[in-house]
Every structure is written in C-alpha cells, then in structure tokens.
Write a protein that binds this ligand. Sequence first.
Ligand SMILES: Cc1cc2nc3c(=O)[nH]c(=O)nc-3n(C[C@H](O)[C@H](O)[C@H](O)COP(=O)(O)O)c2cc1C
Ligand code: SF4
Ligand code: FES
Length: 537
Amino acid sequence: MTPDQRQTPTPTPQPCRIRCCTVGGCLAANALAVKAQFQTAVTAAGLEDQVTVASVGCLGLCGQAPLVQIDPAGDLYTHVTPAHAAPILATLSHPHPPTLPPSHSATPPPLHPSTLPFFTRQHRIVLENSGLIDPERIEDYLAAQGYEALHRCLRDLEPETVIDTITRSGLRGRGGAGYPTGLKWATVAKMPPGQKYVVCNADEGDPGAYMDRSVLESDPHRVLEGMAIAAYAVGANQGYIYVRGEYPLANRHLQTALGQAKRHGVLGSQIFDSPFDFRVDLRIGAGAFVCGEETALIASIEGKRGLPRPRPPYPAESGLWGCPTLINNVETFANIAPILRNGADWFAAIGTAHSRGTKVFSLTGHVQNAGLIEVPMGITLREIVEAMGQGTPDGTPIKAVQTGGPSGGCIPAEAFDTPVDYESLKALGSIMGSGGMIVMDEHTSMVEVAQFFMEFCMEESCGKCIPCRAGTVQLYQLLTKFKHRRATPGDLAQLEALCDMVQHTSLCGLGQAAPNPVLSTLRYFRDEYLAAVVELC
Ligand SMILES: Cc1cc2nc3c(=O)[nH]c(=O)nc-3n(C[C@H](O)[C@H](O)[C@H](O)COP(=O)(O)O)c2cc1C
Ligand code: SF4
Ligand code: FES
C-alpha cells in the first residue's frame, strides 16, 4: 500500500434514491401503486434512513411504462409492477443489505442509460430536470438552480439586455412556425408603455404529441420562470397559461406550482424585492385544436368563441383586449432560464446555423423505443429513428416518418439522412411542428395516413371560412375514394387542385396547412394513389 492510498478516506456511500415516474403514461400504468409498494418495501426492510422513494416526472422511455430509476447507479427498470418492488430493492448493492421476504416475482433486468443511444444521443436542456426532480416540490426546482435566472435578470440586467440575450441565442419558437423569439419579444417591448400580457400556449393538440404536457407535468416551475423573465423583458405584469382541459395532471401541477411560486415570492408583487410585479392565471381550453392558433386562443381567453381572425394586427401589437401580447409555446418558455443562466453563446453553439439549440420530440408509432427525447438540432432522422428508436418492434422496415402533425408531412425512409432543422424539414414538404414524430412501417398505407389527418382537420375546422370548412370535407371524401380503391383518374387531378385551393385561400394555419399530409404523400408515395385509381372504360 502506498502512502497516498493509506490516506484515501473510505468513500461515504452515495444516497440511494428510488425515482418513480408518476406522470403521463406511467401514471396510467399504475405508477402510484408501484411507488407505494417501493415505500412499503423500504419501510419493511427498515431502510428509511438510507433509501428515499420519490415521485418524479418523465424518465423518457414512456412506451415501456411504468418506469423506475435508482440512484446512485442510475439503473432503469421498465414495465415495473408493484410485485417487483421488494425484489428490486433486494438487488441494490448497499453497505447493509436488507433482509427481505422471499418474493414470487422475478426481478426485471435493469437498463443502463449510459450505454443506450436512446439516452446518450440526447442533449437535455428543456428536459434537464425531467425525471430528476419532484414536480410538486418547488424546493427541488430551487435546488436545481431554479429561479436563479429570474433573480439575476431582476438584479443585474436591463430588459433590453435580456431581449438581446434571447435574440443572440438564436432561439426560435417551438410551437411550430419557428419565429425568432427575440424578435417577437422586441416587438412587444417596443409597444408604448401600458397594459401588456404574456401568454403561454399549452393547447398542444396534435395527434401523437405530448411534449408540452410532459414538460408541464414534469417541471412546471421552468415554464413559470421563463414566463416571468419574458414579462420583465417586455414590460408585462399579467400572464395566462392556456392549457388543454384534457391535461388534468398538467393543470394540477401548474396550480400547485403557482401557489408555491407566490408563497416563495417568485411570482406576485415585488418579486425578489424588486419593483417588478407579475401574476399568472390558468385558463383551461375545451379541447378545440383551433384554439391553439394564437388569435383563436386570445378570443378564447377573452371568453369569446375560439375563432381565428386575420393577421395583422399580430398579437404582439394588438392581442388580449387589444393590448400588446407576447404568446410563446411551453417549450419556448422552458428554454429561457437555461439561456439566461448559461449565456447566448452557449445556446447558439448547439444545433445548426439557423436552428439553434435542441428540440423535444415525442417518438411514437412503429418504433421499439417510443418515448420523449430531446435532441440537438441537426441530428439526422436516421439517428433518431434507427439508433435511438431502434427501428420497429418486429424488424419490419420503416417506410416513413410523419412530423408536424396535421400541418406536417410524411418523410420517406430514403430521406432519413436529412438533418432535423426548420428549413430542411420544410424543403422535404413537412415541418418541424411542435414535435410529434410518428414512425410508420412498410405495411402502412400512406393514403390512409393522409385520410386520417384530413379527417382530423375536417372535424377540427372551426367553419369560419369556406375554403377550409368545405374544402376539408371534399378532400376527406376524395381520400376515402382512394382508400377504398374507387378513385377515378379525374379524382387525382381534383385532389391536387383542391389541395392548392385550400392551402392558398384559407384564413388560418389550420386550413392553410391541412393539405400538407396529402401533398407530401402524393410527392413521395404517388404510386399508392395511382394504384387506387380505377380506369373507367
Ligand atoms: C391550428 C393551429 C394550432 C396551433 N396549436 C398550437 C399549440 O397547441 N401550441 C402552440 O404553442 N402553438 C400552436 N400553434 C401556433 C400558435 O399560433 C403560435 O404560433 C405559437 O403559440 C407561438 O409560439 P412560439 O413562437 O413560441 O412558437 C397553432 C397554430 C395553428 C394554426
Ligand atoms: S382555416 Fe379553417 S380553422 Fe382556420 S378560420 Fe378558416 S375554417 Fe376556421
Ligand atoms: S411518462 Fe413515465 S417515462 Fe415518460
């Protein structure tokens, strides 16, 4: 033994923490019972002093719910049942191994995230606390540098400096259109002093998308902090979060977070003893997809029917009750505090020249590793689908990936080497959208996919303008003919002409983008449409 070795103190064992995901799909898969059983097992083994059991947000691999991750090793257990709790606890390497009753249930082998591409290819900014902190404890958020960025802004930075930082970071809105966030903030800030509002758009309604829901369920204070920084930057004193009524847990966690934030003085009057006041209220949507469109959302908050109106004026100039209003998406706000904490250059160094930072996607469909991922912009679709998603569950080749929901498009497997950024996805005929990514295997009928999304748009059309109200119905009927292989050669021309008309004459983004799934499938899978045409003699 060398003298150095002799002086090395015996390492103190790192605390053992059992993190149980109790949100989203895990909650639906009996996660609360799993957590309760872990607590019972810990108590039965007399390990309360050495092992803690915590509720946390999403651990990522939602398709294998419910999930439990155990520190300090970080072993990840999937498809956990209450019966697994005691055997898993017994396998933990611990200085004082517990004596546990024999169990009838086999212990599922753990996964090691540090070796899995699903986790190692991620870059977590928005999701940095997801799965680590208890979303219902502001203490956890504060311990993870929570509200430090807000404090620093109020203490050290002028509003213009905050806007300049966001502008230089290159952050673009994550709600779909990718509008530069700093530019939007500057527009609201430049409006004459007076009543201004900040609104968080949490109306996420794309089929297959649950990024915003997960952020709100897993780390709600992050969104509140982003909104408060935005309000300080643009000169607003009132905020609203417009959340889908179908997201009861996100609502509950937001309500809890709002109460805690007020009690801790990080929301309300004279925040951090500064002259800055900011209050936030929740508004619950009633499930209309169109209410995610910003002018419809404003109407809905005002208590009117959620109908879009023509722009300009844009909400930044004339929004809620005619006042300048900043509207950003959940994920956009979730990026704000890390940018202020780490600097614009840090954020701008991640991603590509025109799409900085990361993007959260919900990876769903025919894919082994379905779940929530956060990846640097510029990663290829192939890396996401094949390396992280690990292909289809039964090995069937992948045919396409759908991004952008009902406003997006289907990207064929041949184009999977395309980098994920706003411009590249647009060039392929799809969009980044808010982050839904649906993987489809070779057996998928692309005509049926187009018909599915058109049915969605038809049902969600608010009916205010005729091109969308009537056009989506006619497109749906035509697609149904293709689906049943009853289409005529004229139907194909009619389909294309209608797409063009609806795209160019509809009032809002819902109608303007509704033809996208049809157009992208026509572009890449035209043979499937042609095969459905009956030649009339
Ligand atoms: C039909 C329709 C639905 C939309 N739904 C949402 C939504 O659920 N969440 C969202 O953030 N943006 C949605 N948008 C985009 C918003 O109108 C707006 O651009 C966005 O909230 C701005 O935030 P960002 O700049 O942070 O992306 C939708 C747009 C349309 C046309
Ligand atoms: S495009 Fe569709 S959803 Fe938008 S205003 Fe017109 S009818 Fe309503
Ligand atoms: S919801 Fe539990 S892992 Fe995502």
